[in-house]
Design a protein around this ligand. Structure first.
Ligand code: NAD
Length: 398
């Protein structure tokens, strides 16, 4: 079939298998261009491995550090003449490339929040890797069923305490107009913490530890975002911010668990990038479009793979102790938060409107990145050619 992008709001409901493979290949190339990551991880579990920061973590571990990887994700397989979701094709591409290197790369497609999946992962780790020396927790999900009480919780992206009005970019219509988001109630705050807080990360680590799957010196990292004040009402100080606060508190408990093994758990604050998760957050796509303009001009632009490659190479596995901020977090958003970058973003913010969007922002860069997430717009891919959407992920074939 011929696969074209079909965009519905902030998602694209189609994905291109060859384009996704090309996107993964670009990421592999980036990591390889920097040479091997010396003393990097060797057996890695990535929870949320198919897109965004989790995919980049898997690529950096496998192709920078020669690691075996087990990737967990929740993706739509192809079927009934419809293409799979992008993360499905990305994972197939990673497995195929890893096999060429003689690396183990296994996958589980299912609900990472369930205990059944955790048991399945533990069995695979024992069989294929023995234990893991790095666990990356990179889930972004709108809902979670908690195995402890059987209840399904939904996350929301809302301010807390008072309504928030700000300019918002409609990426579909290419228009900018103010939106007002009503504040969350207590239940919405609680539910968002249940989904995006640290409860599930801790559950994973406890079960992995009880099964003897955490190697001596094991590290675990989860990702956070802080960003500038203009996004705080809807992010840092909003419902998702409360969940991230819980994630940080959880990191301290997991750190205590891993310290016994001479390992560590920590939060890495990453920069704002275009992913399926970030494109759903009000106000953030507009901020990212401005940020891209400023960071590209300054020669500091990074996507997921540049961020994670830098995290592994210059922070986690460079032979020196991790450097933390005053709240105990690693700051990979250091370039984004440079005063000179933020000053320029701040100056552009009030003058950006529908008419000035191309001149004052990197909207085309935003869109290019967004389409790439689904395997569109990659050079060297023939989008007019007939392509078979029924691509298997090798380890999930049987
Ligand atoms: P993403 O949407 O690209 O990836 C989410 C991953 O989670 C996918 O692999 C998906 O399959 C998986 N997933 C979702 N629900 C699942 C479930 N129930 N079971 C198994 N897998 C499931 O998201 P992302 O933007 O890469 O976000 C990853 C982390 O990075 C989040 O914690 C996010 O807050 C953080 N972060 C993102 C940004 C950003 O700008 N995108 C910035 C800093 C930090």
């Amino acid at each position: 079939m011929i696969i074209k992008p079909k965009i519905r709001g902030f998602v694209c409901i189609t994905a291109h298998p060859d384009g996704c493979a090309k996107h993964v290949e670009e990421q592999i190339k980036h990591v390889r261009s920097n040479g091997p990551i010396k003393d990097g991880p060797k057996n890695v579990l990535i929870i949320g491995a198919s897109t965004g920061y989790g995919l980049a973590s898997r690529v950096a571990a496998a192709f920078g550090s020669g690691a075996n990887t087990l990737g967990i994700f929740f993706e739509r397989p192809p079927g009934n003449g419809k293409p799979a979701s992008a993360g499905w094709y990305n994972s197939a591409a990673v497995e195929i490339a890893a096999a060429k290197e003689g690396l183990y790369a296994g996958s589980i497609n299912g609900d990472a929040f369930s205990d059944e999946l955790k048991t399945q992962a533990i069995e695979l780790i024992k069989k294929e890797m023995g234990s893991v020396d790095l666990v990356v927790y990179s889930l972004a999900s709108p809902r979670r069923t908690d195995p402890a009480d059987g209840q399904t919780y939904r996350s929301t992206l809302k301010p807390i305490g008072q309504p928030f009005t700000a300019n918002n970019l409609d990426t579909d219509r290419k228009t900018i107009s103010p939106i007002t988001i009503e504040p969350a109630n207590e239940e919405e705050i609680h539910s968002t913490v249940k989904v995006m807080g640290g409860e599930d990360w801790e559950r994973w680590m406890e079960q992995l530890e009880a099964a003897g799957c955490l190697a001596e010196g094991c590290h675990s990292v989860a990702y956070d975002y802080v960003g500038p004040e203009v996004t705080w009402p809807v992010y840092h100080n909003g419902t998702i911010g409360q969940a991230k606060k819980h994630l940080r508190e959880t990191a301290e408990r997991i750190d205590a668990l891993l310290k016994i093994k001479r390992g560590a758990a920590f939060i890495s604050v990453n920069k704002a990038v275009v992913t399926q998760a970030s494109s759903a957050i009000p106000v953030v796509p507009l901020y990212i479009s401005i940020l891209f303009k400023v960071m590209k001009k300054a020669g500091l632009h990074e996507d997921c793979i540049q961020q994670i490659d830098r995290l592994f190479r210059t922070r986690m596995y460079d032979g020196s102790a991790l450097v933390f901020d005053e709240e105990g977090r690693v700051r990979m958003d250091d370039w984004e938060m440079k005063p000179e970058i933020q000053e320029q973003v701040k100056a552009l913010w009030p003058v950006v409107n529908t008419e000035t969007i191309d001149e004052k922002t990197d909207f085309s860069g935003y869109q290019e990145n967004f389409l790439k997430l689904f395997g569109f717009g990659l050079s060297g891919v023939d989008y007019e050619a007939d392509v078979d959407p029924d691509l298997d992920i090798p380890s999930l074939k049987d």
